[in-house]
Design a protein around this ligand. Structure first.
Ligand code: DX5
Ligand code: ZN
Length: 220
């Protein structure tokens, strides 16, 4: 079993509320909604920000799984927490040093939110070692962050498998999340690698039958 987290980045932004309701039908359906926040500096794209999150928070209770692709994330943790985010994940590469990472983790916990750290495809999972006992989520990017609709990087599977082994042998509680290029075709092997949360943007929101696609995902 895994949690499916549709990424809002691939939805029709002119109809946010009804798009969300397609994946979260009266509280049924997907448990998480993945929110990609991009600052145009950490990644070469700008997505959406706090006012959008505050607005959609008013129309649904789905868990907001927030993926911050912004530099120096500690500055904005309070704002995202107050806007209604439930899970706040930031990038290892967006922080200057280990002290900043610890400060950001502590800040997320100070707001009683679940805390995640994300790794770019080129970053080794060993960098997470000092933080594993503090994390609720370790997010493995399976595309370069910045855009939806890219192709899944196959070597991410080995990273997930290695992280899963570390999690089991160390008795850690964090969930493993994968993000980028997930389709109905590759979801099976991703699931088998040991993930707990699968993010899918284009393959859900660009599908002609969203409810049917979600069901197919849950049965891979
Ligand atoms: C990419 C984002 C992803 C993206 C996934 O930077 O972090 O969450 O929305 O989109 P797909 O599933 O289309 O690759
Ligand atoms: Zn994401």
């Amino acid at each position: 079993m895994f949690i499916l987290a549709p990424s809002l980045l691939a939805c029709d932004f002119s109809a946010l509320e009804s798009e969300i309701k397609k994946v979260y039908i009266n509280g049924e359906g997907c448990e998480y909604l993945h929110l990609d926040i991009m600052d145009g500096v950490f990644v070469n794209n700008i997505s959406f920000g706090l006012p959008v999150i505050e607005s959609i928070r008013k129309v649904c209770k789905i868990i907001f799984d927030t993926h911050l692709m912004i530099i120096n994330p500690v500055r904005y943790i309070g704002d995202f927490a107050n806007a209604g985010c439930d899970i706040i994940t930031f990038h290892f590469e967006a922080c200057e040093n280990g002290r900043e990472i610890l400060k950001t983790i502590d800040e997320i916990k100070r707001y009683n939110k679940k805390c995640g750290v994300s790794l770019n495809p080129g970053t080794d999972i060993s960098v997470l070692a000092p933080y594993l006992d503090k994390l609720d989520i370790a997010l493995i990017m399976s595309v370069e962050p910045g855009f939806g609709g890219q192709k899944f990087i196959e070597s991410s599977l080995d990273k997930i498998k290695d992280l899963y082994k570390i999690k089991k042998s160390g008795g850690y509680k964090f969930k493993i999340e994968v993000d980028g290029g997930v389709t109905l075709e590759n979801a099976g092997k991703i699931k088998e690698a040991g993930v707990d949360i699968i993010v899918a943007g284009s393959s859900i929101f660009k599908s002609a039958d969203i409810a049917g696609t979600i069901e197919e995902f849950m049965n891979v």
